[in-house]
Design a protein around this ligand. Structure first.
Ligand code: ADP
Length: 533
């Protein structure tokens, strides 16, 4: 490239000089005759005698002119034959150049040329000179442009990924640096892509929602869980307020973006989320915040149920204990007559039984909760089990005028825990008797339906109002409180039924019409149990 520029500059100078010379030569040769004539016309001729007296002058009347003997050129000519000088001519009022020569006859011929004439000539030639200059400059500019383009064009069209163009070897170090930088960039890009893929894999597979905010509260990153949570397909660049406008949440976001750790609970689509907000600092400067959304619904429900259960247990235990305490106090203080003693003792026994029942039910439920409810699995004849339950409740049903009806196929064998299944059927039939009416009936049926064993308990009792039906399997929930308590119910029977059905891989359903009766259906899978026919 250096060579190219040098060559171009040299060419520019050479061609411009040639052009100027040519221009000057042509104009000079064209103007030469006129100029010569003009210059000749302006030459002043003076003839002096040997004494210096002016005999003739082409520009002035010789009579008015003083003696010229003292003139430098005249003095010099008299001494050497010819003389020259330059001075200001008083006659012409201009700088003049003089040439004097002594002729053979002793007279002196003097020629003078005034600078004024020279200036006038120059001025006359000025437009032409200026035109020539402009032409030369134009020519030089045109040439410079073409040469510049011939140098610059290959640079503009550089292919930085190929070899440098011919004649530009100065660019080789630049090419090498670019190549090295390109390699470094590719390496960094691959590293970044790898890191980004790892981060995406982690964030996308997280169950927790992850949100990265910039300092102005705009979303820099939102993982799939967050997008699903807020029903969005993309959130990058959006304000966090566009995702969620919950006042508690937005207040905590503000705190986080102000550099504080924050936490709140968010209720979304019937689920509860614990939201943890942490400010992010980069080189001591806050650069945004990171927000985690953790689904704590189950924990929340379990917590609530635990609290409710504790409160219920205390309440359920307190009632019979208070009765027992009051009755025994009265008895110990001799306030009870001898003939009432037996009745009081009977009531104490009844309340104690109730306490025992509650405690036993709680122990059973706790065993299910903690996964400790393990019992021996065996082949259970469902018909035999059902008939046994009906037999044990025969007297109770008889007391209330309720008839019990078994209805089922023979030899229906289930793989299960006999004690648990017995308790499940007992609780259902016991309820059907308890919540029945005088002269009503209870039908216990069992049958195979596809891969399932269906055990049904149908009664003609009081029925369960619609609004209670979805709650009756909850612990201590009673649709009919007074009858439950009067009949010694713990409010835990149906919870145990549900747990036993689930323990055997099945479920329990209820259909009921208030005032007409209820139907409880246990569906237990047969397929899982080996050896059942
Ligand atoms: P309880 O010990 O009170 O009977 P359960 O858990 O067995 O407790 O039943 C819960 C509630 O469901 C009962 O209090 C009762 O109101 C209602 N219930 C259960 N079975 C029947 C039924 N067959 N007919 C009407 N109501 C019933």
């Amino acid at each position: 490239m250096e060579k190219r520029i040098f060559r171009a500059m040299s060419l520019l100078m050479l061609l411009t000089t040639l052009f100027v010379a040519l221009l000057w030569g042509v104009t000079a040769s064209l103007r030469l005759p006129d100029d010569s004539r003009e210059r000749l016309r302006t030459v002043r001729v003076t003839l002096l005698d040997s004494e210096g007296t002016v005999l003739f002058d082409s520009s002035a009347d010789p009579r008015g002119l003083e003696n010229h003997l003292d003139r430098d050129e005249v003095q010099q000519a008299l001494a050497e034959g010819y003389g020259e000088s330059r001075r200001f001519s008083q006659t012409l009022q201009a700088d003049s150049y003089y040439y004097a020569k002594v002729m053979e006859d002793g007279r002196i011929l003097r020629l003078a040329f005034t600078a004024d004439t020279l200036r006038a000539q120059l001025l006359r030639q000025l437009p032409l000179a200026l035109a020539g200059l402009a032409l030369s400059l134009g020519f030089a500019a045109l040439l410079a442009k073409r040469l510049t383009r011939s140098i610059v064009d290959p640079i503009n069209g550089l292919d930085l990924f190929g070899p440098p163009p011919e004649g530009y070897h100065e660019l080789i170090p630049l090419y090498r640096r670019i190549e090295a930088q390109r390699r470094e960039l590719s390496r960094q890009l691959a590293e970044m892509e790898g890191r980004s893929a790892t981060i995406s894999a982690i964030t996308e597979n997280m169950r927790e929602g992850l949100l990265l905010l910039d300092p102005r509260g705009r979303v820099a990153l939102a993982n799939g869980s967050v997008l699903r949570l807020f029903g969005q397909t993309g959130a990058a660049g959006k304000s966090v307020l566009q995702l969620c406008r919950d006042p508690a949440f937005t207040a905590e976001v503000k705190r986080c973006l102000a550099g504080e750790k924050a936490e709140c609970t968010l209720q979304l689509k019937e689920r509860t989320y614990q939201v943890l907000l942490n400010p992010v600092f980069r080189e001591k400067e806050q650069s945004g915040g990171v927000v985690f959304f953790i689904d704590v619904t189950e924990r929340h429900i379990a917590e609530r149920q635990r609290k409710e259960f504790s409160a219920n247990v205390s309440h359920e235990l307190k009632t019979p204990l208070t009765t027992i305490s009051a009755l025994s106090e009265m008895m110990s203080e001799g306030q009870v007559r001898q003939e009432d003693m037996q009745r009081f003792a009977g009531r104490i026994k009844q309340q104690s039984d109730r306490l025992v029942n509650i405690v036993e039910d709680i122990i059973r439920l706790s065993a299910f909760d903690e996964g400790r409810a393990e019992g021996e699995m065996e082949r259970v004849d469902v018909g035999e089990l059902c008939r046994g339950v009906l037999d044990s409740l025969k007297d109770k049903a008889g007391e209330r005028g309720v008839s019990l009806r078994p209805m089922g196929e023979e030899a229906l064998i289930l793989w299960g825990n006999r004690r648990m299944l017995d308790e499940m059927i007992f609780n259902l039939v016991d309820n059907a008797v308890k919540y029945n009416r005088e002269g009503g009936s209870v039908t216990l049926s069992w049958e195979r339906s596809g891969d399932e064993c269906l055990i049904r308990v149908r009664d003609t009792g009081i029925g369960i109002p619609k609004q209670h039906q979805e709650h009756i399997f909850e612990r201590f929930y009673r649709a009919d409180k007074s009858r439950s308590k009067k009949t010694g119910g713990t409010g835990l029977g149906l919870s145990i039924v549900k747990h036993v059905a689930e323990y055997h891989g099945g479920r329990v359903e209820v259909e009921s019409t208030e005032g007409e009766g209820s139907l409880f259906t246990c569906r237990l899978p047969l397929s899982q149990q080996p050896g059942t026919a």
